[in-house]
Design a protein around this ligand. Sequence first.
Ligand code: NAP
Ligand code: ZN
Ligand code: ZN
Length: 349
Amino acid sequence: MIKTHGYAVQSATSVPAPFDYEQREPGPNDVHIAIDFCGVCHSDIHQAHNDWGNGNYPMVPGHEIIGTVKRVGANVTKVKVGDLAGVGCMIDSCRVCASCKDGEEQYCDRHATIMTYNSRKKDGSYTYGGYGENIVVDEAFVLTVPHNLNPAAVAPLLCAGITTYSPLKHWHVGAGQRVGVIGLGGLGHMALKFSHAFGANTVQFTRSPSKIEDAKRLGADEVILTKEPNWHTPHAGSFNFILDCVSADHDITPYMSLLKRDGTLCTVGIPPSPIAVSAFPLVDGRKSLSGSNIGGIKETQEMLDYCSAHHIVSDIEMTSFDKIEEAWERVIKSDVKYRFVLDLKTLRS
Ligand code: NAP
Ligand code: ZN
Ligand code: ZN
């Protein structure tokens, strides 16, 4: 077994603290990755705080993982020792159902997707994620990492990147469309970059006047502040697609009224409470309310390769475990520009 030092939360009210655990010895199809960087996703905080009611403790969060390949099993061909490798939100699935065969392992029909942390493995134990020194993952769920990008800034692409890229692709976002992004955080800033790169007229919705200039720099053609009452009225019926990247409970009814006929609002944000929406703005204009969960391994690799070709990375602020409590508090306060990334190399020194 591989002794691993990391950080875990022991309950829904505790903060990440040092925790020693073990990862399995690599089997023939496994890749042992020494973790260099891990992004801090709001989902880490939701799960650690048991916002979704699914917390298992101790929990080692982290699913935006970039590291250096330390060992590979005999059958591994995707990466070799010394390569950079990535691991996102999943480490396994049934691999034989229709969704898995279609490369949509996150929607495994047998509900056998194993998430990178806080998820039960086949042997009954729980997975431990990227807030630690090592991870061992089957190569089928390992991503290859472009060489021309800053690896620390690539880490958030493994969740925030694919989670926004996938729905924008699925709904064919592109030139000639008006696309809205709600919430300028980790996911939101990647949605801006991708929507802009795909050629759509891109609009940021934000409660934060201090983020207006950043939104424009990140790819917004227009920024709409959502603080004042009736802020939405002048923009009614003007959007083809809106991606909701908000982490907290909020009213989506005004956004439904912004859609054109047959428009779609897709949520990737997962606030703690059920979404409540009046039926009127849905039936009026045959609008769709939808959702999307990360993206499959094949599409994640496609997204990384797209980012390599278009020089797209996340805007990051480096942090470390001695400041993790403060980083989480700043994420909760929507004060992140625009993704914290943990430097795991400090754990090894
Ligand atoms: P984040 O960095 O904290 O960004 C969330 C943004 O939402 C904030 O920057 C803020 O933007 C806005 N916001 C926060 N509280 C709000 C409120 N009360 N009302 C309206 N807007 C509010 O979070 P993230 O890491 O991007 O994650 C966003 C959500 O997506 C989380 O719920 C996360 O769990 C979920 N997620 C889902 C998937 C998936 O596969 N579906 C994957 C990853 C994450 P402004 O300051 O601009 O208003
Ligand atoms: Zn995430
Ligand atoms: Zn499956």
